[in-house]
Design a protein around this ligand. Structure first.
Ligand code: 5GP
Length: 190
């Protein structure tokens, strides 16, 4: 059984995780979160099997070899993230549609693969400065990791035009409502 995919992509710190959580809270009957596999360390408060499937690099590479991923990437050097085929089918089997919080290349990859079954939304932060501030404020990364995230963000902003929709996030509350409308319109299409 094949359903739909709603993809939220953006540079780290643009607010996509908050938007995705808002939508999941409001429409738990319609959508479910695609839990990615990742080789990074869990942050404080993150739960294995809920935020990510935290797995070793060895396990990740083994799963690549077994073709278990629909898409995967070395998002940051030495750190892999990927969408498991089993995860997407698990959610469709529940009669729900799949919502993704995924990096820009991964998002475009899924869009190419699923075409009109997928709605690819790019979350546009107000500016690179604001993005850097948000990442610093989060206080979860070392200066070096932070720098890597900011450099990547700069590159990712150039990809916005390739998405189905650009969702402006200057005001988080408004962005959540706009995202909800996009979601419901897309789910109502046959
Ligand atoms: P974080 O470490 O902040 O949780 O995530 C880093 C980046 O990896 C974010 O942009 C996040 O959306 C992205 N990401 C999470 N899961 C996946 C995935 O399965 N595939 C890809 N390509 N990127 C992912």
């Amino acid at each position: 059984m094949e359903g739909k995919l709603i993809i939220f992509s953006a540079p780290s710190g643009a607010g996509k995780t908050t938007i995705v959580k808002y939508l999941l809270g409001k429409h738990p009957d319609k959508i479910s979160f695609s839990i990615s596999a990742s080789t990074r360390q869990a942050r404080e408060g993150e739960v294995d099997g809920k935020d990510y499937y935290f797995i070793s690099k060895e396990d990740f590479l083994h799963r690549i070899a077994k073709k278990e991923f629909i898409e995967f990437e070395e998002v940051y050097s030495g750190t892999f993230y990927g969408t498991l085929r089993s995860e997407v089918h698990r959610i469709w089997a529940m009669g729900k549609q799949v919502i993704f919080d995924i990096d820009v290349e991964g998002g475009l990859h899924l869009k190419r693969k699923f075409n009109e079954r997928a709605l690819a939304i790019f979350v546009q932060p107000p500016s690179l400065d604001v993005l850097a501030q948000r990442l610093r404020g989060r206080g979860t990364d070392s200066e070096e990791k932070l720098h890597e995230r900011i450099v990547k963000a700069e590159k990712e902003l150039a990809y916005a035009e390739r998405f189905d929709v650009i969702l402006q996030n200057d005001d988080l509350e408004k962005a959540c409502l706009d995202a909800e409308k996009l979601l419901l319109d897309f789910l109502n299409e046959s």
